[in-house]
Design a protein around this ligand. Structure first.
Ligand SMILES: Nc1ncnc2c1ncn2[C@@H]1O[C@H](COP(=O)(O)OP(=O)(O)OP(=O)(O)O)[C@@H](O)[C@H]1O
Ligand SMILES: [Mg+2]
Length: 321
C-alpha cells in the first residue's frame, strides 16, 4: 500500500517501441513519458487517436512490457503481481462474454479475485446498484445497449473494491446522456475515496471531471496540470463588446483599441485583447453616451489548448522531417 503522499501512479521515462512488418520497422508509441497521479484525484489522460494512451495503460496493467522506463501502481512496480490487487481496470474494447447475464459476468470476475459465496452476492448487488443496472441483472449482455455495457464494464472494474481505477476511454461511443451517466459514476467513485485515471479524447468530459489532466501527442507529454491552469496559460483573455448608438467619432476612438471590429447598422462589435483596453473602451462609451449591450469574455477551452499543442507537435515534426 502506498503512503498517503506517495503518488498512486508514477510513470518515469516510460517508452514503448513496437516492431512492425516484415522488416521490423520501429514504431515508437510511447516516447519517454513521465507523470504522476495523486491519491484521490480524477486524472484525465488525454490525446488524439494514436497518441499512445492505450499503450501506456497496457504497460501499467502489465499486459505489455515497456521498452524502457519504469512505472509503479500504489507504490509497487507494475511487474509485481500484487500491484494489481487493489487496481480496477476497464479495457478500451472490453470483450464481453455476451451470453452471460450481468450478474453472471460479475460473478466470473469476482471468482478471478477469489471472491465467493454471500460476500460475492453482496458485492454484485452493491455494484449493480452503484451503476444503476439492478433492473438488468438477469439480462444477457448481448441485449445491452453500449451505455449499459460500459456501465457493467465499470462495475467489473470495481469488483475487487480497488483503490485505483483505470478506465480506457470509458465515454467513447456513448451519447450525451450515457456520457453524463459515466461522468456521474466517476464522480461517485471519487466521493468514495477512489483514485480514477481515465483516458479520453472527449475534452469536454475531461474539463467537467478532472482535477488534473495530462495531454500526450505522439507518445510524448505536451501538457500536464489543472485544467484551469492549462487553458489559461498562454491565452489572452479576450473580451467581446457589443455597443449600440456609438457616434462615428466614438467608433474611431474604439477602433485602435480593438483587435477586431464589425459594424452592423447602429451596432458595433469589438474584440478587446486585455482589461486595459476594455477599461479604455468603456471610457469612450461613457463619453459618447453609447449603450453597452454586452461584454462577454471569451472562455478558452481544453479544446483550444489541444489544437494549439497539436499544431506545435505538427510543426516540430515537419522541422525534423
Ligand atoms: N501492437 C502494436 N503493434 C504495432 N503498433 C502498435 C501496436 N499497438 C499500438 N501501436 C501503435 O502505437 C501508437 C499508439 O497507439 P495507441 O493505441 O496507444 O493510441 P491511443 O492513444 O490509445 O489511440 P486511440 O485514441 O485511437 O485509442 C499508434 O501509432 C499505433 O498504431
Ligand atoms: Mg486507445
Amino acid at each position: 500500500m502506498a503512503s498517503a503522499d506517495e503518488p498512486v501512479v508514477n510513470i518515469q521515462q516510460l517508452q514503448k517501441v513496437f516492431r512492425v512488418g516484415f522488416w521490423g520497422r520501429r514504431v515508437t508509441a510511447v516516447d519517454g513519458l513521465s507523470l504522476d497521479v495523486q491519491r484521490g484525484e480524477v486524472f484525465g489522460f488525454l490525446g488524439p487517436n494514436g497518441a499512445g494512451k492505450t499503450t501506456t495503460i497496457k504497460m501499467l496493467m502489465g499486459l505489455i512490457y515497456p521498452s524502457g522506463g519504469t512505472a509503479t501502481l500504489l507504490g509497487r512496480p507494475v511487474a509485481d503481481p500484487s500491484a494489481k490487487a487493489k487496481v480496477g481496470f476497464l479495457p478500451e474494447s472490453p470483450y464481453f462474454y455476451d451470453y452471460l447475464t450481468s450478474q453472471e459476468f460479475l460473478r466470473f470476475y469476482g471468482h478471478l479475485f477469489g471472491l465467493l459465496g454471500s460476500a460475492l452476492d453482496k458485492r454484485i448487488d452493491e455494484l449493480l446498484d452503484l451503476v444503476g443496472m439492478t433492473h438488468a441483472r438477469d439480462l444477457q449482455l448481448r441485449k445491452f445497449s453500449k451505455g449499459m455495457l460500459q456501465r457493467v464494464g465499470i462495475a467489473q472494474a470495481l469488483i475487487n473494491n480497488p483503490d485505483l481505477v483505470i478506465l480506457d476511454e470509458p465515454m467513447s461511443g456513448l451519447d450525451p446522456i450515457g456520457r453524463k451517466e459515466v461522468r456521474d459514476l466517476i464522480l461517485r467513485l471519487k466521493e468514495t475515496g477512489k483514485t480514477v485515471m481515465f483516458s479520453s479524447h472527449i475534452l469536454h468530459d475531461a474539463e467537467l471531471l478532472c482535477d488534473r489532466v495530462a495531454m500526450i501527442m505522439k507518445g510524448r507529454l505536451v501538457a500536464c496540470g489543472q485544467v484551469s491552469e492549462l487553458i489559461n496559460h498562454g491565452t489572452t483573455q479576450e473580451v467581446e463588446m457589443v455597443v449600440d448608438r456609438l457616434s462615428p467619432k466614438g467608433i474611431e476612438e474604439v477602433r485602435p483599441l480593438a483587435t477586431k471590429m464589425v459594424l452592423h447598422g447602429e451596432r458595433v462589435m469589438a474584440v478587446l485583447a486585455s482589461q486595459r483596453q476594455v477599461d479604455e473602451a468603456l471610457d469612450v462609451l461613457r463619453a459618447h453616451k453609447a449603450k453597452l449591450v454586452s461584454l462577454i469574455p471569451h472562455k478558452a477551452s481544453l479544446e483550444d489548448l489541444f489544437i494549439r499543442e497539436a499544431k506545435g507537435v505538427q510543426q516540430a515534426t515537419e522541422v525534423h522531417a
